[in-house]
Design a protein around this ligand. Structure first.
Ligand code: DGJ
Length: 739
């Protein structure tokens, strides 16, 4: 289709629904494809032999017609390594740099060429467009479709690819990235997040220099334990909260991932992200489609703050299950009892939950197993029958008792795993991922079940289905996953003649299949994703889970940093924060920190002092009054705890009439007498007038904040308010209300 005709149709609104550009041959086409968000553009363009390049990745231009001229301004085309800016770089022909895709054809040939064939741009709704581009190998019946889904207002892009062929027999996919981006900005700074048990999401920012920096997981399950698929890229200078061009992104895949950030010999950035090719060759039959996971990112020209807010809005509106809905506050018994409980202990805790004012009681690990009772983490996992000694009247009785006490009831499961000391292991050794000829290797005394096997999928689905069938009032599931995959070997794949290298990928597909079935039958029941803390948590799993558990580390000062880091990527409605006994901070401090997300408790609430009890009850009440703002409002990270002695975070209601500001002392080394500077607020209406009141006061204490003063939004966003954080007032929660 000629561009003039295209523009005419566009102007007349005739292409509102579908734009389809069928190009019936692979001869050279002069095609420019701008993929546009409100403020950002990715421009793809063909060259004179029909290869497709990313010629622009930056701020959107006022005049759309000018995108086609962008490439002429650059001269990066004579690299000995091939063309760095390929839109989806193939291996084995002209390209000698890191490929996005590498395959072996059915005839054993390992070369791949990809040329532009056609593209299509659809408006899904007013805010959402989907661009798909077909690239074909001129010598083989093999093609790849690149997808770019754009949410304009939020400046969020989701990219994935679909790979198909009609060769004579199966081909082998060796590398099959989700996205291949290219940017010609002058300098790049990358923040990645590493961790370990109880120290998830530790950030490290580096300037990218020539060569490759890759971030990856090979752990199989609990894939985020050591490295996270979340990253911040900053263009031109290090990332900052309110200025600069940034990309806040994630590979939404719940298994092994690999993100490759390569600075090429022109000092431009190549970004290739996808499933980790490590031990993951995938056999693709003719006619079958391989869909890669998605790379999801928000772009902003105003720093990480705006990028996060946009990603949060997008996640709530378009991605997370019940993202715009409600959540339940809860009392969990894990740290209150560990495995040591019985029916009486648990029902007594129901009363504590009711007195606290939370919505639900969550029964954690340890309720099951009879031949091998689950009294520690070395036995019983896999045997999902109530332990008759601990719970002689079963879960049904607990659900009834909870209802009588006026609260809901939820339960912990870890359905993908098994202890060798279990009836399940004795009965179904073939369901277990293990090398039959080698000694077993355990992680937390357990092994992973083989979710590539449909029988195992039925088993895992059955655990959840059985719980709900027997206890229709069950109101919450905590789904844990504590082990990584050692000794990767699947008996099922062997029996079916499927290559073992598909285990890591088919495991994750199996998991999604089970979750699809669960959500088909139980569409809305809240489910918390947990993985020995934050070993899992991505936007693919959050289609099925309403929330996730970021870490077992609930020491509140550490937790401020951790929640801060998670907040770059996730809205607070999906991060579960519990008040526990970790650390030395008072109950008020712990509760205030946990209130910056979905609040829960994991303490023996009945044993609190009278004042603590009074405080906690009032704090839950206050939380109920402001939780809508925390869950659905806009987050402003005001004072970074890495850069100051305090941390301050603020949630603002969409209408800007109400906000909550959390302030904490994080550095007690210097004995500060009072916060020297005011905290400058953000996100308010400069024209509106506000009063500020301190809430969550501990019984017997008085606020030093004058709640009679009236401030303009303008004042609060230029001068700010001093929260008066001191050694006596280490945690200060302020409610900002329009007057
Ligand atoms: C690990 C989780 O992170 C904890 O909260 C708890 O549920 C234990 N597993 C139970 O085994």
């Amino acid at each position: 289709m000629k561009k003039d005709l295209w523009n005419l149709l566009l102007k007349k609104g005739l292409l509102l629904c579908t734009l389809f550009i069928p190009i019936l041959s692979l001869s050279a086409q002069d095609v420019t494809i701008p993929i546009l968000t409100a403020n950002h553009a990715i421009v793809l363009q063909t060259d004179n032999i029909n290869r497709l390049h990313t010629v622009y990745f930056g701020k959107s231009l006022t005049n759309e017609n000018e995108y086609k001229s962008v490439a002429k301004s650059f001269n990066f085309k004579d690299s000995d390594a091939g063309i760095y800016d390929g839109a989806y770089t193939p291996a084995g022909t002209w390209n000698l740099s890191e490929p996005a895709i590498q395959i072996t054809h059915a005839d054993g040939n390992r070369s791949l060429e990809l040329k532009y064939f056609s593209h299509e741009q659809k408006n899904i709704d007013e805010n959402t467009t989907l661009t798909s581009v077909i690239l074909k190998d001129p010598n083989y019946p093999f093609h790849v479709t690149l997808f770019y889904k754009v949410w304009k207002k939020e400046n969020v892009i989701e990219q994935w690819t679909e790979i198909e062929h009609t060769e004579k027999s199966a081909i082998l996919l060796q590398k099959y990235a989700s996205a291949n981006l290219y940017s010609t900005t002058k300098e790049f700074y990358l923040t990645t997040f590493q961790g370990g048990y109880a120290k998830e999401m530790q950030p490290a920012e580096t300037k990218l220099v020539q060569g490759m920096r890759s971030v990856e997981s090979k752990l199989g399950t609990r894939a985020m334990l050591l490295q996270s698929p979340n990253f911040i890229l900053s263009f031109g200078k290090p990332a900052s909260e309110n200025e600069g061009s940034v990309m806040v992104g994630q590979l939404a895949w719940s298994g092994n991932f690999k993100l490759e950030f390569e600075i090429d010999s022109y000092k431009n950035l190549r970004l290739i992200a996808g499933i980790n090719p490590y031990n993951s060759e995938y056999s693709l039959a003719p006619g079958q489609t391989f869909k890669t996971p998605s790379l999801i990112y928000a772009l902003s020209n105003n720093g990480t703050g705006e990028a996060s807010r946009n990603l949060h809005s997008w996640a709530r509106k378009y991605r997370v299950l019940e993202g715009e809905g409600k959540r339940v506050t809860l009392l969990n018994n894990w740290e209150a009892t560990y495995f040591d409980f019985d029916e009486n202990k648990i029902t007594a805790l129901f009363k504590d939950a009711k007195n606290l004012g939370v919505d639900l009681f969550l029964l954690d690990d340890g309720w099951f197993g009879n031949k091998y009772p689950r009294n520690s983490d070395n036995a019983g996992l896999g045997d999902w029958q109530e332990n008759v000694k601990k719970l002689p009247h079963g879960i049904g009785y607990l659900v009834k008792e909870a209802t009588k006490a006026g609260i809901k009831f939820g339960i912990w499961i870890e359905p993908e795993m098994v202890n060798p000391k279990s009836e399940l292991y004795e009965k179904h050794l073939d369901w277990v991922i293990r090398q039959p000829e080698r000694p077993e290797i355990y992680y937390r005394n357990q092994l992973v079940l083989d979710l590539t096997n449909p029988e195992v999928q039925d088993h895992v689905f059955g655990i959840v289905d059985n719980l709900f069938t027997k206890n229709p009032e069950l109101a919450f599931i905590k789904w844990d996953c504590n082990a990584v995959i050692y000794n990767a070997f699947s008996q099922y794949l062997k029996d079916k003649g499927i290559p073992q290298s598909q285990l890591y990928v088919d495991y994750v597909h199996g998991l999604y299949k089970v979750l699809d079935r669960i959500r088909m039958k139980y569409p809305k029941v809240p489910m918390m994703l947990c993985s020995g803390g934050g070993g899992r948590g991505d936007y693919e799993l959050l289609k099925y889970f309403t929330e996730f558990w970021p870490s077992d580390d609930t020491e509140p000062i550490e937790r401020i940093f951790m929640q801060w880091n998670y907040s770059y990527f996730f809205p607070s409605i999906v991060t579960d924060n519990h008040v526990t006994n970790w650390g030395k901070q008072p109950l008020k401090f712990r509760t205030d920190v946990a209130s910056m997300g979905k609040l829960g408790f994991d303490i023996v609430a009945g044993k609190l002092s009278l004042n603590d009890k009074l405080f906690a009850k009032q704090a839950v009440c206050n939380y109920n009054a402001f939780k809508e703002i925390v869950w659905h409002g806009d987050l402003y990270r005001l004072v970074n705890p890495n850069e100051a002695e305090i941390a301050a975070l603020m949630f603002v209601e969409q209408a800007k009439s109400k906000a909550i500001v959390f302030n904490y002392l994080v550095n007690t080394r210097q004995k500060i007498t009072a916060t020297e500077r005011p905290v400058i607020l953000n996100g308010l209406d400069p024209q509106k007038k506000y009063i500020i009141r301190e809430i969550n006061l501990y019984p017997g204490t008085h606020s030093t904040i004058d709640s009679t003063l009236v401030y303009s939004g303008d004042f609060l966003m230029k001068v700010g308010i001093n929260p008066d954080v001191t050694l006596e007032r280490t945690s200060v929660v302020l409610e900002v209300v329009e007057k």
